[in-house]
Design a protein around this ligand. Structure first.
Ligand code: FAD
Ligand code: UDP
Length: 370
C-alpha cells in the first residue's frame, strides 16, 4: 500500500511526488504517456533539445519558486523575444518601441504614446472582451496586424467572444525592451526539461503507459490518497458535459542547414497562414550542443491550433464564462472526493504557467504533508 498514487508525471505530479518522498511517504507515479514530464517533455534529437509539446520558457517573479526549481536544474540565460511575421513584415514582440517604430515610424516614446492614445479613443468604456482590451492597450493598427489573426487562429474564436485577460498577459512598453516577459528570473534548464523532471522523480517508482481512468479500481486500491493531474471532466466521466480545451498539432522538420529563421519563435500573425508560429528549437540553447559546439542542423516545429475533441491532447483550458461555470460544478464534485487532490493545469482547469504550477503544488504540499 502506498501513501500516495500520483496520476501524471508533469510538473505538478513530479513535485508532489518528490515532496511526499522527502516527507517519508511512499509514492507511486503513473502516466498514460510513454514518457515522463507531461507537457514540458523535451527529447534530444541531433543534439537539439526539442520541446515536443510546445515551446516552454521558464519565467517567474517568485523567488521561492525560483529557489526551489533551481535545485533540480541549472538554467541558461535565454530571454524570449519573439518576432511577429505579418505577411512578410517583421515586428518586434512584445509591443515595444521597436514595434511602434516599425508600425508608425514614430521615434520617441511621446510620439508612440500619442499614437496609441489617438487610436484607443474608440473604446469609451471598460473593455468587455479581448478585441476591446487589445485596442484600448495598443490601438487598432497593432490589433489588426499583430493580434486579431493570431488570436483567432490560436483560440478558434472571434476576439469579441474571448475574455479580455488573455491579452493582458502581454506587456506593452514605451522602451526598447523586447523581453517578452516581465520576470525577474527567466531561462531554459540546461540539458532539457525532461532531465529536470527526472531529477525530481529520482528514486520514485514510475509506471508509464498506464492510464489511471482505465485501471481506476485496481490503482485506487494501491494507495491511501490520489493526486490527480489529468483533466477534471475526464475524471468524472464527463457526466456534466465536456469542458472546452484547445489542442495543438506540431509538424516537426529536421533541416540540413544551420539556421531557418534566426530566432526561437516567429509568430505568424495574419489569418491566412494556417500555423500560429514556428519554433526553431536550437535557439533556446543559442545554437550550441552540450559541449558548446555550433550545431550544423536545425529542427523546426510548425504549430497548428485546433478545437479539442475526445482522444486529442488537451493543451489550453478555455477560461471563458461558460467553461468557468461548468468547471465550478465539477469543482463541487471534486471537493466531495475526500481521498483525491485535483491539481495542475488540467486538474484545476487553469491557464497556469509553469511557475504558477510550482507555487500551487508547493502550497498544497504545505497543507497536505506534515
Ligand atoms: P501536464 O504537464 O499536462 O501533466 C499532466 C500529466 O498527466 C501528463 O503527463 C498526462 O499524460 C498525465 N495524465 C493525464 N490523464 C491521465 C490519466 N488518465 N492517466 C495517467 N496519466 C494521465 N508555461 C510557462 O511557464 N512558459 C511557457 O513558455 C509555456 N508554454 C506553453 C506552451 C504550450 C503549447 C502549452 C500547452 C503550455 C505552456 N505552458 C508554459 C504551460 C505549462 O505547460 C504548464 O503550466 C505545465 O506544464 C503544467 O503542468 P501539469 O503538471 O499541471 O500538467
Ligand atoms: N497574442 C497575439 N499575438 C502574438 C502573440 C500573442 O495576439 O503575436 C495574444 C494571443 O491571444 C495569445 C495571448 O496574446 O493567446 C497570450 O500570448 P502568450 O504568448 O502569452 O500565449 P501562450 O501561448 O504562451 O499561452
Amino acid at each position: 500500500m502506498y501513501d500516495y498514487l500520483v496520476v501524471g508525471s508533469g510538473l505538478y505530479g513530479a513535485i508532489f511526488a518528490h515532496e511526499a518522498k522527502a516527507h517519508g511517504k511512499s509514492v507511486l507515479v503513473v502516466d498514460k504517456r510513454s514518457n515522463i514530464a507531461g507537457n514540458i517533455y523535451t527529447e534530444n534529437i541531433e543534439g537539439i533539445n526539442v520541446h515536443k509539446y510546445g515551446a516552454h520558457i521558464f519565467h517567474t517573479n517568485n523567488k521561492k519558486v525560483w529557489n526551489y526549481i533551481t535545485k533540480f536544474a541549472e538554467f541558461n540565460r535565454f530571454t524570449n523575444s519573439p518576432v511577429a511575421n505579418y505577411k512578410g513584415e517583421l515586428y518586434s514582440l512584445p509591443f515595444n518601441m521597436y514595434t511602434f517604430n516599425k508600425m508608425w515610424g514614430v521615434v520617441t516614446p511621446e510620439e508612440a504614446a500619442a499614437k496609441i492614445e489617438e487610436q484607443r479613443k474608440e473604446i469609451t468604456h471598460e473593455p468587455q472582451n479581448l478585441e476591446e482590451q487589445a485596442i484600448s492597450l495598443v490601438g487598432r493598427d497593432i490589433y489588426e496586424k499583430l493580434i486579431k489573426g493570431y488570436t483567432e487562429k490560436q483560440w478558434g474564436r472571434d476576439c469579441k467572444d474571448l475574455p479580455a485577460f488573455i491579452i493582458k498577459r502581454l506587456p506593452v512598453r514605451l522602451t526598447f525592451d523586447n523581453n517578452y516577459f516581465n520576470a525577474l528570473y527567466q531561462g531554459i534548464p540546461i540539458g532539457g526539461y525532461t532531465k529536470m523532471i527526472a531529477n525530481l522523480l529520482d528514486g520514485i517508482e514510475v509506471r508509464l503507459n498506464t492510464d489511471y481512468l482505465e485501471n481506476k479500481a485496481e490503482l485506487d486500491a494501491l494507495a491511501d490518497k490520489i493526486v490527480y493531474t489529468g483533466p477534471i471532466d475526464a475524471y468524472f466521466g464527463y457526466e456534466l458535459g465536456t469542458l472546452e480545451y484547445r489542442s495543438v498539432r506540431f509538424e516537426n522538420e529536421l533541416l540540413d542547414k544551420p539556421s531557418f529563421q534566426g530566432n526561437a519563435a516567429v509568430n505568424y500573425t495574419d489569418r491566412e497562414t494556417p500555423w500560429t508560429r514556428i519554433i526553431e528549437h536550437k535557439w533556446f540553447e543559442f545554437g550550441k550542443d552540450e559541449n558548446g559546439n555550433d550545431l550544423p542542423k536545425t529542427i523546426i516545429s510548425r504549430e497548428y491550433s485546433s478545437e479539442w475533441k475526445p482522444g486529442d491532447e488537451p493543451y489550453y483550458p478555455v477560461n471563458d464564462a461558460k467553461n468557468g461555470a461548468l468547471y465550478a460544478e465539477y469543482k463541487k464534485l471534486a471537493d466531495a472526493e475526500p481521498k483525491v487532490i485535483f491539481g495542475g493545469r488540467l486538474g484545476e482547469y487553469k491557464y497556469y504557467d509553469m511557475d504558477q504550477v510550482i507555487a500551487a503544488v508547493l502550497d498544497r504540499c504545505d497543507t497536505e504533508l506534515q
